[in-house]
Ligand binder design. Sequence first.
Ligand code: CP
Length: 329
Amino acid sequence: MKIENKNNKTNNPSPFRAGANKLSTHHLLGIKDLTVSDIELIFKTADNFKDIINRPIKKVPSLRDITIANLFFESSTRTRVSFELAEKRLSADVINFSSSGSSVKKGETLIDTVNNILAMKVDMVVMRHPAPGAAHFLSKNVNAKIVNAGDGTHEHPTQALLDAYSIRQKFGKVKGKKVVIVGDILHSRVALSNIYCLKKLGAEVMVCGPTTLIPKYIDSLGVKVENNLRKALEWCDVANMLRIQLERQDIKYFPSLREYSMQFGLNRALLDSLKKEIIIMHPGPINRGVEITSDVADSKQSIILEQVENGVAIRMAVLYLLAGRQEEN
Ligand code: CP
């Protein structure tokens, strides 16, 4: 499969040469399963797609005749729109499914729902689901390529890829960069996928938050832990601010959002008091005034919207590479 763009046929060489154009996996279930070469291949492919989607004609025929189902069993804005745009830019046929208003409400199992959709000649499934492990489960029980768009508190691989890609874009490399992930680490699939991805790429990673929101197994992931936000910010090159995932919390982990914000919220005064300039990231959705103030989220140091922009190219790369494997089987 070739990346083609009728805008610029001559100046559009494939970045792939023999032996270097394959992922080691048939699905994208989590960053844990990817090799460093996989991640580098995704980034190289995304570089090409980023170039293409910044041209006047943004569409390429790479996934023509491939049908992709986006199955969202949980709310999403960025990931859902980003995958749909990525698929359309690749000329795939797209169907969108959300559990609200579907027969899931009538008691249908996940496997039955997906197999019925696959019976309509669907090739790939992008799925967000509230249950950790749902994407793994599906990959073992249905005959389609599965892309995990976030499974409960487990992994969100394309978010981690676009985050690391955005750091690479900003600094030219990820290796050696110091990244602190601040907030609700315990309930965050973004945190876990980011830790796997950044560590594989040679970054130093720290997590920062209330002790109650740091998982007990954190030491096994090889990251530093800091409970003082100022110290964490003084250490890092990049701060990735996470929201508190109240929808996954059935007990109280801190006294109030106001107290959380006073201890772990990033504001202009704190940022300005640091001796160096750091980069600010956030996967969204932002709770302005809780984990980050508006003046920081919208500042020059923030690359939040660059992350969103890069998400389309990263998802195009993932879908393109997975579909390529499919063609060869
Ligand atoms: N970052 C992220 O996953 O956002 P959505 O929940 O809006 O998809």
